[in-house]
Structure formats: structure tokens, C-alpha cells
Design a protein. Structure first.
Length: 283
């Protein structure tokens, strides 16, 4: 498995955030914010950060390709680069753009290194805290700089678990079903920023997350970081996650047993074989 220089990526992402993202935060003019489609905004900072990351990361691994959120918005065919065997950088220049544009300090810069449909490394950078979570497949997840290892929260019964639930996109019938069952878990929240939700999962501050739209820049870095921090995830039909799959839903939990319990509670057995596991009385 050939990987890029992990620490060089940390520096590139941090420098891009410091020089392209943070100087514009809470200083955007109205003309700096436009809509890609109704309700989906982009800022000049998104574009500048993606351009800089594209140039620097592709130079780091000669022959590598780039799939960035804004490049796909301009040309949907770019997404097909993930179908091949070439190394691909997946870039979300600002995850949580609506928060960023509104002056809310909950946004992230996310990068994944993918090859053959597998995420080999992932980075989530919090520009406000100037901190970066990193994961390498098979090597664990940690915070850059300190090296502190990341660990998911211990599993609990569903009624004691808190988690992020994103219902903005997806099958409307399933959205209504999940919304009607969310009172069966401890609590649900949304940061409107998958990057920060993944950071909460990997650091043990939240137990689970459920998403429906699976654009690779939103989930490839975080799913790997969560996995390497000890978590378990799968699509709602029990198939493994891949950055090549963009629909179908993703549920993340502390372990496989709690994934089964959460799936039964939130989905009610749809999209998979009925859950037959006996719920533990204590963990």
C-alpha cells in the first residue's frame, strides 16, 4: 500500500485553512456567496481552498487525480474518477459551508486518499481550533501534533446513546420513519457539518451517526477515522461503505452489536434481514 507523506498532507491542509479559509471567515461580502443550486451555497473561500488543495496534493503524488466538491458541482463527470484504480484525492474544501457563510464557527476541511474504491487515509481539519484528526487504514486514528489516539465511545443501549442524524436529504418515507423513531434513542443532534460530527464520534463525544446522502467528500475521511478509532459502520442494507457508493444511507456505531441495535430501533428492520440479536442488559 503506497501512501502519500501523511504529515505533509497535514501541513498542506492546515496552511490552506489558515491562508484561504480563516481570513475570509465572518468577512464575506454578499457577492462572495452564490448558489450552486437552490439552497446549496458556495463561497469564494470554498473555491480558493479547493484550487489550492488540488494543486498541492496532486503534486504530492504524481499521477494522482482529484475529486473535489466544487469540481463535481461544475462537472458531474469528475465523480467517475473514483471508478478506476488511479490514486484519487477526495476534497471537501469547506464542510459546513452554510455555517461558515453565517459566521458560525462549526466547519471543517476534509481530505481522503482513495485507491481502488478503498479509503487509505483521511484527514479532518478544524480551522477554528487549528487541529487535525488523521487516520491511516490499519494504523489507527490520532490527532496530528500530539499523536493522541482517538477512540470511539463505549457502546450503550440505544436509549442511552446520543448521535447525529441528518435528514435533509434522502428517501422521504425513510426520513419520516427515522424522525418518528428518534425519541427511542438518548438524544439526536445535527451540527450541519459532517466533519465535526465525525470528530465527535471519533473522540467519544457521540455514539452514533446516521446519514442518507453519501457524497464521498462528506464521508470518506470521517468513515475511515471512525473505523480506525474502533467504530463499526455499514450502509443501511448491511453492505460495506465505499466512496464509490453515493446513496443508500450510512449508520455508524461504537461496534457491530450496537449497530444492529440502532438499526433495529431507527430503521425498524427495513433494508436488511430482521435483527435477531438479544440486547445485552449491561455493557
Amino acid at each position: 500500500m503506497i501512501l502519500p507523506d501523511i504529515e505533509a498532507v497535514v501541513r498542506i491542509v492546515a496552511e490552506t485553512a489558515a491562508e484561504e479559509v480563516m481570513p475570509r471567515f465572518a468577512k464575506l461580502a454578499r457577492a462572495d456567496i452564490t448558489e450552486k443550486r437552490p439552497g446549496d451555497i458556495v463561497t469564494v473561500a470554498d473555491v480558493a481552498a479547493e484550487q489550492r488543495l488540488t494543486a498541492r496534493l496532486s503534486a504530492l503524488v504524481p499521477g494522482s487525480l482529484v475529486v473535489g466538491e466544487e469540481s463535481v458541482a461544475a462537472d458531474a463527470g469528475v465523480l467517475a474518477r473514483l471508478a478506476g484504480d488511479d490514486p484519487v484525492w477526495v476534497i471537501d474544501p469547506i464542510d459546513g459551508t452554510a455555517n461558515y457563510a453565517a459566521g458560525i464557527p462549526i466547519f471543517a476541511v476534509m481530505v481522503a486518499f482513495v485507491r481502488g474504491g478503498r479509503t487509505l487515509a483521511g484527514w479532518i481539519h478544524d480551522p477554528v481550533a487549528a487541529s487535525t484528526a488523521v487516520a491511516v487504514s490499519g494504523e489507527g486514528a490520532w490527532m496530528a501534533g500530539s499523536g493522541a489516539r482517538l477512540h470511539v465511545a463505549p457502546a450503550e443501549l440505544p436509549e442511552s446513546m446520543s448521535g447525529a442524524v441528518a435528514l435533509r436529504y434522502g428517501n422521504r418515507r425513510l426520513v419520516r420513519r427515522i424522525a418518528g423513531r428518534s425519541n427511542l434513542v438518548g438524544s439526536v443532534f445535527s451540527f450541519r457539518c459532517a466533519g465535526h460530527e465525525y470528530l465527535a464520534l471519533a473522540s467519544g463525544r457521540a455514539h452514533f451517526a446516521l446519514y442518507q446522502r453519501l457524497m464521498p467528500w462528506d464521508h470518506a475521511p470521517g468513515q475511515l477515522i471512525h473505523k480506525e478509532a474502533g467504530g463499526f459502520s455499514a450502509q443501511l442494507d448491511c453492505s460495506p461503505y465505499s466512496p464509490r457508493v453515493h446513496d443508500g444511507g450510512l449508520l455508524l456505531a461504537p461496534d457491530e452489536a450496537s449497530w444492529n441495535e440502532l438499526h433495529a430501533v431507527l430503521i425498524g428492520g427495513e433494508n436488511r434481514e430482521p435483527n435477531t440479536r438479544t440486547v445485552a442488559t449491561a455493557r
